[in-house]
Write a protein that binds this ligand. Sequence first.
Ligand code: 6GU
Length: 236
Amino acid sequence: MKFHVLTLFPQMIMDALNTSITGRAIDKGILSVNAVDIRDYTHDKHLKVDDYPYGGGAGMVMQPGPVVECYENIVTKGTKPRVVYMTPQGETFSQAKAKELAQEEELVILCGHYEGIDERALEEIVTDYISIGDYVLTGGELAAMVVIDSISRLVPGVLNNDVSAETESFSDGLLEYPQYTRPVEFRGKKVPEVLLSGHHAKIDEWRHEKSLERTKRFRPDLYEAYLKDHPEERKN
Ligand code: 6GU
């Protein structure tokens, strides 16, 4: 899968994604990340890419020319890859959206800065508007990395272990159960006995119970949705 990231801070993207699991997938050729500097497409002699908003107001707005020319330069003629604009005004990102986007062969991700990008550039090229949650970041780059990371781990071959992408949180609508490793006792706390028993049915049952407890406590919204689909598991 190939990601093109249109940004004023390409180094931020490259440094983060060349690390750890995504870095290894890039080395293996399963992923590719092409971060492109929008500033390379300005025609301004001072390399300016933003200006004051028409109508007044605080901050600066990214001008449409460099953004659209940057897009036109990276996209292969005759292809129409989806273009995701990272913005707090977008639809909230989810595991379902990650799965949908992981089906694409090539994705363009556009990161804004300042007060955003001139609407005409967005109308010209953007197909999907994505937010990563209800809080405001200084720019789209961190959000783009979140989106790229979550899509990447769904691409076959990126994780060592292809079952884990499916068994983790959200695949069944519940949060993950707690995990333990050696030592068997740490500062007076023992690993739950059932996990040492070798009794796989009992272990599965215990883990499911812990998933339910945790989901009820931290994500009552998910817990209610789960019980709607599994009414036989409602206890009262
Ligand atoms: Cl995608 N961008 C910015 N700037 N802030 C955000 C966001 C995106 N998602 C949540 N906050």
